[in-house]
Design a binder for this molecule. Structure first.
Ligand code: GUN
Ligand code: FE
Length: 423
């Protein structure tokens, strides 16, 4: 049933970045698309089935543009190191376990079920180098009703023997086969090319992935300018690259023809940012991960002002939670510390900006997603904040702001993706 009306307290980000609140209003879904928000229900929709959500809040679903599904199993653990040691000590050993489909079945079952019960309606996800486990992950995500892009990771150098593909050709052959197996198999789950990051991919592998992206029209995701040690390593590996992002761009893996997401961009320089803007690269801002791994704080409000495409991401398990409200609050807090301690030129992120990047910013990767505007795909989370007690009447806006800091899965009363009720 994709034609219906929901009544309740409706909030979403307008195009200009401010949050609009419509108390006691109607939002109409027609064939999976939003037809608009109305104070009084127009006559033409009077016959559609109506669900009265009472005093609950209705918001667009949130988009998480960068998560590592195999790392969900160790979320909240191993936060005592910086990126490169953290990868070698915790991440690579855990990811190697996904060679075993029995383990992948258990772990990915837990991941997909938690993501389904979260605020997230759209996600872009890393798997591991193992194609069978990645396909299994895609099957589970398809069953969840969430819309996602999922990547089989590519790694053919500078990685331990137990988590490295034999060579570029073996990696590319496995990737092409996996694309053919999955690209038209699912309604809501799609493949995305996923070179882990420059240090773990040879030029030959990156070049081949660029060709696959062009041939099969597949988007790309990777990591960029996250950590000082990583950036220095990339400089040593590719001394002739103009900047880190250039190492992707020279192989057609940096936006333009196909959409591209780069996670982090904490320490991107002017040239890198200019090229990202030109190519429409999405920045997956991952503030909890950047705090946990002591990577730094990206100047997000500046990126937004510069007209870059900014989205928000949990980056589990650098990040410790899938709760995108916690990621929003983490982004705001980190930006305030950056402003106080480092640079008063870059304003702290506002609540309106954080909500914008969590909904419209990331939603844009999926098309018209992330707002209750006519023609947008109907993704909606219904929040019941009645258990978050308060001693006085609060405005709708104040209730929404509180949810960002105080609520999680337990306050979700219902969840719709593309007009389908999945919770
Ligand atoms: N860079 C390369 N791999 C990873 C990863 O798994 N997590 C994060 N945060 N950064 C990376
Ligand atoms: Fe990551």
């Amino acid at each position: 049933m994709k034609d219906f009306v929901l009544k309740g307290n409706i909030c979403f980000s307008a195009k200009d970045g401010t949050i609009e609140c419509h108390p006691n209003s109607y939002v109409v879904c027609e064939d999976g698309l939003c037809a608009g928000v109305f104070e009084r229900l127009p006559e033409q929709y009077a016959n559609l089935p109506l669900t009265d959500c009472g005093d609950q809040l209705l918001i667009p679903g949130l988009s998480d543009l960068h998560i590592h599904a195999p790392q969900f199993s160790f979320r909240g653990l191993g936060m005592d190191m910086e990126l490169l040691d953290w990868l070698n000590t915790y991440t690579f050993p855990e990811e190697s376990k996904y060679a075993d489909l029995g383990y992948a079945d258990r772990a990915y079952g837990q991941f997909a079920s938690q993501l389904k019960s979260s605020l997230t309606t759209r996600a872009v996800i890393f798997g591991t180098i193992h194609a069978p486990a990645t396909t299994l992950l895609m099957e589970k995500l398809e069953d969840s009703g969430i819309v996602s892009y999922v990547g089989k990771v590519n790694m053919d150098r500078n990685s331990p023997d137990y988590l490295r593909e034999a060579d570029a050709k073996a990696s590319l052959d496995a990737t092409e086969q996996w694309i053919c197996d999955t690209c038209s198999r699912f309604a809501n789950t799609h493949p995305i090319l996923t070179p882990r990051f420059v240090p773990s991919c040879t030029d030959e592998l990156l070049a081949g992935l660029g060709r696959l992206s062009e041939q099969y029209k597949i988007p790309v995701q990777s990591h960029l300018s996250e950590n000082y040690g990583e950036i220095q390593w990339v400089k040593e590996l590719l001394p002739d690259a103009k900047f880190y992002g250039d190492a992707y761009d020279r192989f057609g893996l940096f936006g333009g023809a196909q959409p591209c997401i780069m996670a982090h961009c904490v320490h991107s320089g002017e040239e890198e940012l200019a090229l990202m803007k030109e190519r429409g690269v999405f920045i997956a801002h991952s503030p909890l991960s950047n705090s946990n791994l002591a990577s730094g704080v990206a100047p997000v409000s500046q990126y937004m002002e510069q007209g870059l495409r900014v989205a928000l991401a949990s980056d589990v398990a650098g990040g410790d939670t899938l709760n995108m409200f916690a990621v929003m609050a983490g982004a705001i807090r980190a930006s305030k510390l950056r402003w106080r301690l480092l640079d008063q030129e870059v304003k702290p992120l506002s609540v309106d900006q954080a909500f914008y990047i969590a909904t419209r910013g990331g939603g844009e990767f999926f098309g018209k997603v992330g707002a209750f505007e006519p023609g947008y795909e109907f993704d909606c989370v219904v929040l019941d904040d009645s258990t978050i007690v308060h001693p006085q009447e609060l405005s709708l806006r104040a209730r929404l702001d509180r949810c960002f800091y105080l609520s999680d899965d337990r306050h979700i009363a219902a969840k719709y993706v593309r007009g389908n009720k999945i919770l």
